[in-house]
Design a protein around this ligand. Structure first.
Ligand code: TA6
Length: 280
């Protein structure tokens, strides 16, 4: 049986689920933001900055921010949308021997008045965070509960604790087309991407890739999304970020299943994206 407990993470209410095998996930209601994922061996897989705000005044730097309905500045709203700065509801939880889950929901009625004032669309977001052995899964559904088109972009902006950036690489992207942070469109020639400088790449997705660190291998799979964003800020951008210590960029990379450009979701329609991260 899974055990579900409420706790404080900084000043944020959070939910922890512990599976029968000891694997754990902790999720803040603020953003339905995964803060920690530990496999049954007790190893923390996610990175959260020591400098992050944990009081709801700003997005959390680390973990897995849910990006909706806008990616970065690709739209008229706030950077990376409002879902990561909204307070979600825990709507279900449970599990059997093989699988344990937390389920969160956000609708237009949950939005802060200042957001609801400019966002006219009725919607329902449902996020399931699932522990399944040495894997963590996300099942994200977006339903347009209104009658007009809803502009939809979405991502899971996952920050992985890689220990040592210099020993980290991402494989599975050879021959994939990508856009870099200078907006050049290129094809990756090398079998693996290493992190010797800032990287902010948008790949047209192969459905799976592999994150290799000094002491772990994670297999990442996506369904329903269409792209991967791979990001590490490098030294200069990290220095400019108030919620990241100067040397913390050496400890994480982000790999994000994404759909970065807003596309219309018709009234009554549902979009679903799934993401599986398997440790071995
Ligand atoms: O996903 C990569 C990215 O879009 C980068 O361009 C960088 O801005 C990052 O997200 C973090 O954004 P944030 O708003 O959390 O500072």
């Amino acid at each position: 049986m899974a055990v579900v407990t409420m706790e404080e993470y900084g000043a944020l209410p959070a939910v922890r689920i512990t599976a029968a095998d000891g694997a754990q996930a902790t999720v803040a209601l603020f953003g339905a933001h995964l803060l920690s994922w530990k496999t049954a061996d007790g190893k923390e897989r996610m990175f959260v900055s020591a400098q992050t705000a944990l009081d709801g005044s700003k997005p959390i730097r680390g973990g897995v921010p849910v990006i909706f309905p806008q990616f970065n500045l690709r739209g008229p709203g706030p950077k990376h949308g409002f879902a990561r700065e909204s307070t979600w509801r825990l709507t279900d939880s449970g599990g059997d021997g093989a699988l344990s889950f937390l389920q969160f929901c956000l609708t237009r009625d949950d939005l802060a008045p200042a957001v609801a004032a400019w966002w006219p669309h009725a919607f329902e977001l449902q996020l399931r965070v699932i522990l399944s052995g040495d894997a963590l899964e996300f099942d994200l559904k977006v339903r347009n509960t209104g009658t007009q088109d809803l502009p939809l972009a979405v991502a899971l902006h996952s920050y992985y604790d890689v220990g040592q950036l210099a020993a980290t690489s991402v494989s599975g992207l050879q021959h994939a087309r990508y856009t870099d942070h200078h907006l050049n469109t290129l094809v990756q020639e090398t079998p693996a991407l290493h992190f010797t400088e800032k990287q902010d790449r948008l790949y047209q997705a192969p459905p799976s890739l592999t994150l290799n660190t000094a002491d772990a291998t994670l297999r990442l799979e996506q369904q329903g999304f269409s792209q991967w964003v791979v990001w590490n800020p490098g030294a200069d951008d990290a220095h400019a970020m108030a919620d990241l210590a100067d040397d913390e960029y050496l400890r994480f990379i982000c790999i994000e299943p994404a759909r970065v450009d807003q596309q219309a979701l018709a009234g009554g329609a549902e979009w679903r994206g799934r993401h599986r991260i398997a440790a071995n």
